[in-house]
Design a protein around this ligand. Structure first.
Ligand code: TRP
Length: 455
């Protein structure tokens, strides 16, 4: 790489700037839309319990591994593996990440499109007055099943993402996000308080926070692990890329810690909004309850309608949700784009547009699979995409990153990189143990049992 290239790569202005940018990628629909569904499908509080352990012991470990590889090589994922182990198949891990990114972007954008549709509905006053569970379910089902609206929303989401990634409006968006993300946090915290004070909130709280340990099984562990990778944007090189812009003076360990913490906090609060509200609704029993893919879209309008000034609140909430989703779609598109620019010498604009168009086309079956097309709905296309790209391939990517760091690069060299900016790395023994044994073994076992888990 020439020195001019090096200068063009840029650096985060400060450690805080990195934490904001990385949290911007991490915090998104994964926290607010996907996490509550996972909790609902996997036994409630027991999932939350395993999830927090997964974040602490495995998510954090992989996050630090990705940041370390990224800062050391100062490259995109494919380039990074090539730099450390030139002319070996290791760069295929980078390719895997590029592919996974495109796959996730395609259906993630469909859900971001739903948020856009809901902003429109909220602003148009659909949720004024009493919002019952029946009304809310029906509104979602009808909306998700109207192909024209859904495809238009998908088009807008991918279009805006492509524009931002191709046009360097990036600095602008990030400055914007820095103000809006804390606001999203405040809003969700506020909604959480409202949800907790609903009459009958107790059932939801115990479903969410009182683990029944007999519900623990491999399926719960598999999805908790997958959710931790998905939510922290791990396993495909996003954090590796973000790490490549960190200054050598910054402390990687505490940076990783802050991102894990803020991401988990937002997901936790989203659950506090969803479950008490849900089970405060007459007639819903936690035992028989099966969440639909639109859970968040069914529940948030209910709690928003129970707040004075809910109209403004609702509009603001969906705007912020869209911004949170966009900061994530941008980070998803950035990996394949950076790859085409760095490794294939494409122009940024061409790269972003080509991947954008491809993701849109790949997103169409997902968009039509929630009622729009019977065949696709029956096949649960969006759910299948999420299982393959959002769980299995992220876990495989995380495993390979672990093995790469331990056996191809070497723990000692990684520790030397971490020591720059952090001389006293107190969690060192724990990190090394997790990286060498706990994380890879857990992921391997989970991937072996995958057939039995997913049926
Ligand atoms: N973490 C984001 C969320 O929770 C989604 C996301 C963005 C992502 N970039 C990623 C997930 C990279 C996996 C890998 O909404």
């Amino acid at each position: 790489m020439s020195s001019a290239d090096m200068k063009d790569r840029g650096k985060w202005g400060s450690k805080i700037a990195f934490i904001f940018a990385a949290s911007g990628s991490a915090i998104g629909l994964g926290n607010i839309w996907r996490f509550p569904i996972m909790v609902g499908l996997n036994g409630g509080a027991i999932f939350v319990f395993v999830y927090i352990l997964a974040i602490f012991f495995i998510g954090f470990t992989i996050m630090l591994a990705e940041l370390t590889i990224g800062r050391h090589t100062q490259k995109n994922p494919v380039g990074a593996f090539e730099a450390i182990k030139p002319r070996t198949p290791w760069k295929l891990v980078g390719y895997l990440g590029v592919m996974t990114g495109v796959g996730i972007l395609s259906y993630y954008s469909v859900v971001a499109g739903w948020a856009m549709g809901y902003l429109y509905k909220t602003a148009a006053g659909v949720f004024r007055g009493e919002v019952t569970w029946e009304l809310s379910q029906e509104t979602f089902a009808r909306f998700a099943a109207s192909p024209a609206e859904i495809l238009l929303c998908l088009f807008i989401v991918i279009g805006v993402t492509t524009l931002v990634v191709s046009g360097g409006v990036r600095g602008g968006i990030e400055r914007f996000a820095k103000v809006l993300m804390p606001l999203l946090f405040v809003l969700i915290a506020f909604l959480a308080v409202r949800a907790l004070t609903l009459p009958g909130a107790g059932t939801g709280i115990s479903f969410y926070l009182r683990p029944e340990f007999e519900k623990l099984n491999t399926k719960v562990i598999f999805f908790a692990l997958g959710q931790s990778f998905f939510s922290l944007s791990l396993g495909m090189g996003t954090m590796l890329t973000y790490g490549s812009y960190i200054s050598k003076r910054d402390n990687l360990v505490s940076s990783a810690g802050w991102v894990c913490f803020s991401d988990t906090l937002v997901a936790f609060l989203a659950g506090i909004v969803v479950f008490p509200t849900l089970f405060a609704t007459p007639g819903l029993h936690p035992e028989q309850f099966q969440p639909s893919i639109g859970l968040m879209f069914q529940v948030f309008p209910i709690v928003i309608s129970k707040i004075p000034g809910g109209y403004i609140f609702g509009v603001l909430f969906f705007i912020l949700l869209i911004v949170a989703a966009l900061t994530s779609t941008i980070s998803l598109l950035e990996v394949p784009t950076a790859f085409l620019i760095d490794e294939k010498k494409w122009r940024r604009k061409t790269a972003a547009v080509v991947i954008g168009v491809f993701s849109f086309v790949l997103g169409i079956p997902s968009a039509l699979s929630v009622g729009g097309s019977q065949a696709l709905s029956k096949f649960n296309f969006l759910g299948k995409m999420d299982l393959v790209f959002g769980n299995i391939l992220l876990a495989a990517g995380a495993l390979l990153i672990c093995i790469f760091l331990v056996y191809a690069w070497g723990i000692a060299k990684a520790l030397a990189e971490i020591a720059s900016g952090n001389i006293r790395f107190r969690l060192k023994p724990l990190w090394v143990f997790n990286l060498k044994f706990l994380a890879p073994l857990t992921i391997i076992i989970i991937l072996i049992f995958i057939k039995t888990i997913t049926g």
